[in-house]
Design a protein around this ligand. Structure first.
Ligand SMILES: [Cu+2]
Length: 152
């Protein structure tokens, strides 16, 4: 096999692998849904913990505590929220169904930096990141194919 054919064969192989990485659907996980209870403390201007995790099918209960002034928590993508006064925690429960990353926002104007009071809920494995890593690996393998060699 000459060099040109070898390069063509490698290019086609890498293109097929890249297409597979992009097009093959993420496997459905067989993890049994569980009930998750998370205590979240809100204070100016952060949620603690800032990142919550669940798997699709899980029933999530968030108990919101406020450490200073009134705060709220709104889960984007799920449309659920609650508001807590200092010393009066409040809990709400919802079932996560969609995989992805969802922003948590404070839903009560609690001070000057209120718009930056954010957190996130990650649901399921991060397939976007896994696909990006696989494509980056294929790009590294493909890089030598793009180099033009001068032949004497
Ligand atoms: Cu706020």
């Amino acid at each position: 096999m000459n060099l040109r054919r070898k390069k063509l064969w490698m290019t086609v192989t890498l293109a097929v692998l890249a297409a597979a990485v992009i097009l093959i659907p993420a496997p459905a996980l067989a993890a049994n849904p569980i009930e998750r209870f998370v205590m979240v403390e809100a204070s100016q201007y952060a949620f603690t913990p800032a990142t919550l995790h669940a798997n699709p099918g899980d029933t999530v209960t968030i108990e919101l505590h406020s450490a200073d002034v009134a705060h709220g928590i709104y889960v984007e993508g799920y449309g659920v929220s609650a508001e807590a006064q200092p010393g009066q925690p409040v809990a709400f429960t919802f079932v996560v169904t969609e995989s992805g990353v969802f922003r948590l926002r404070c839903s009560i104007t609690c001070g000057a930096l209120h718009p930056f009071m954010l957190g996130r809920l990650t649901v399921g494995p991060n397939w976007t990141l896994a696909r990006a890593a696989a494509l980056a690996g294929l790009a590294v393998l493909a890089a030598p194919l793009a180099v033009r060699r001068e032949t004497a």
